[in-house]
Design a protein around this ligand. Structure first.
Ligand code: ADP
Ligand code: GLC
Length: 484
């Protein structure tokens, strides 16, 4: 089976969150399962700088003159054999900033064009007749940035089938309706059962409406998004398509393995747990200018700083949290207001709380390894990878019971601890008080060394690999026999 995996990010070339990790690890797992997978992504500046010797597959000038000059390049993801097809179009992608925003944190005002073009290239590759000798049976489209692919394939009679994966329903790619004709979409499809969403062109709605199958990244989130509370206005459509919708829990790969993590001061595993954790914790306390001390529990947080992640709940809970014997190491970037409040808090609690406002991959590993607890008080969480990394690194997470967090973390209670199931601490209410009470519970358990070790080791033993998920995706692709 030939699969074209279309994504706006891939670690380590371009990453703003979990999608970057999944876009690397899932295609690698699918290739291990014997599938012929290629990843299609935009040639951002960071991508072009790191792909090294790339070969030109073809020019893309035939697609539309306003996008020229553009080429399709073939390369490999560094240190893997994963084939990348990179859309090299300097006018759209050769810029500073993140994949979606300029260096001041504003969305690029031509994002409709930047990702519309990516979609056109993908749909062209899956068209009938096939333009190249390699042509996909299925195009696997990730998030809104790939949402127009299923629409283009369906409305223009493509050969390939399509799967849309929703990593986050809150990001929809909704644009001025002028883009319908500018992007060469059929204007007769701009209606509420097609491309239109509250008067705008919606990339994600297009992806959900026209895909042959829809997936999202945890079973719980698959149920949640069919309710008005989590549906972001698309719950009706998702209920309508529920027979074609599946929730498949993400996995994690060997990039996150505490025994073989090159950026850790002291790699460790479950057998060298205490000594290993202590060394990583001491190094982290030193580098973050936290007071030294192996016995004071240290809570880590690594996150995009947005409403979704509930960082304001943490900020509001700080007086209660700082009344506990507890240190806090935060790494994140995002909303200006949350960044400012975090900085003020770090100043208010010197030696107890450190804040790095940055996107720093090595530091994220060192925080997850060196902390005792990991905080993830998300309001909603489609899957969440960071809590799985934390469990794998012997750092029990404190999470809100929502989405993939609810599917992956087992709350520590007397019974779950005794039966060897507990892996962290969960709370339901979306309040600072509920978060603080749960951290208090975690700190109390930390004081009982035997229980704590059991909790850590259970988390480290959990199988979060891609094996099971890969089988689900293969089943879905298989069920979509090519439309000849
Ligand atoms: P989301 O995709 O919603 O951001 P996930 O938990 O699925 O949440 O994935 C987040 C990923 O991004 C993890 O790999 C996490 O370590 C990483 N990450 C988030 N913020 C930062 C940051 N400031 N620096 C480095 N890595 C970060
Ligand atoms: C999104 C979600 C996150 C998920 C990630 C990868 O960014 O917010 O929960 O883990 O995608 O699927």
């Amino acid at each position: 089976m030939k699969i074209l995996f279309v994504t706006p990010e891939i670690h380590p070339l371009a990453k703003t969150g979990g999608l970057g990790d999944v876009s690397r690890s899932l295609p690698l797992a699918l290739r291990k399962a014997g599938l012929d997978v290629r990843v299609l992504l935009p040639g951002y500046r960071s991508v072009m700088a790191r792909i090294g010797a790339a070969q030109t597959v073809c020019t893309l000038d035939a697609l539309a003159p306003i996008w020229s000059p553009a080429r399709l390049l073939e390369a490999r993801l560094p240190e893997t054999d994963l084939p990348l097809w990179v859309v090299d179009c300097p006018t759209l992608y050769d810029r500073p900033g993140t994949p979606y925003q300029d260096p001041d944190g504003r969305d690029w005002d031509d994002n409709a064009l930047r990702f519309g073009f990516l979609c056109h290239v993908a749909a062209w590759l899956g068209a009938a007749p096939a333009p190249l000798s390699w042509s996909p049976d299925t195009v696997h489209c990730n998030d809104w940035q790939a949402g127009l692919v299923p629409a283009l394939l369906r409305l223009r009679g493509g050969r390939a089938r399509s799967v849309t994966t929703i990593h986050n329903l809150a990001f929809q790619g909704n644009f001025d309706p002028l883009w319908v004709s500018r992007l060469g979409l059929p204007t007769e499809s701009f209606h509420m059962h097609g491309l239109e969403f509250y008067g705008r062109l919606s990339f994600l709605k297009a992806g959900i409406t026209y895909a042959d199958r829809i997936t999202t990244v945890s079973p719980r989130y698959a149920r949640e998004i069919q309710t008005p509370e989590f549906g972001c206005g698309l719950d009706g459509l998702l209920r309508h398509r529920s027979d074609d919708l599946a929730g498949i829990l993400n996995g994690i790969d060997d990039t996150w393995n505490p025994a073989r993590d090159p950026v850790l001061p002291a790699p460790f595993d479950a057998r060298r747990l205490v000594a290993g954790k202590n060394l990583n914790k001491a190094a982290l306390q030193k580098s973050c200018r936290l007071e030294a001390g192996p016995d004071l529990p240290l809570a880590g947080l690594v996150s995009r700083l947005t409403y979704q992640k509930g960082i304001d709940l943490l900020l509001d809970a700080l007086p209660e949290l700082m009344a506990l014997p507890l240190q806090l190491a935060v790494l994140g970037s995002g909303d200006a207001d949350v960044e400012r409040r975090l900085q003020e808090a770090a100043r208010a609690y010197p030696g107890r709380m450190s804040v790095a406002l940055d996107f720093d991959e090595p530091l994220s590993h060192r925080i997850i390894a060196g902390s005792d607890l990991f905080l993830m008080p998300s309001r909603f969480e489609p899957c969440g990878l960071a809590q799985m990394y934390a469990m794998t690194y012997g750092t029990p997470p404190v999470v809100r019971e929502t989405g993939g967090l609810a599917d992956t973390v087992v709350d520590c209670r007397e019974d779950t601890l005794q039966t060897g199931q507990a892996t962290g601490f969960t709370f339901r209410e979306e309040t600072p008080g509920a978060l603080a009470a749960t951290v208090r519970r975690a700190v109390a358990t930390y004081g009982t060394r035997k229980s704590w070790r059991t909790l850590q080791k259970t988390g480290m033993r959990r199988d979060f690999s891609w094996k099971q998920a890969a089988v689900h995706y293969v089943d879905i692709y298989r069920a979509l026999a090519p439309a000849v």
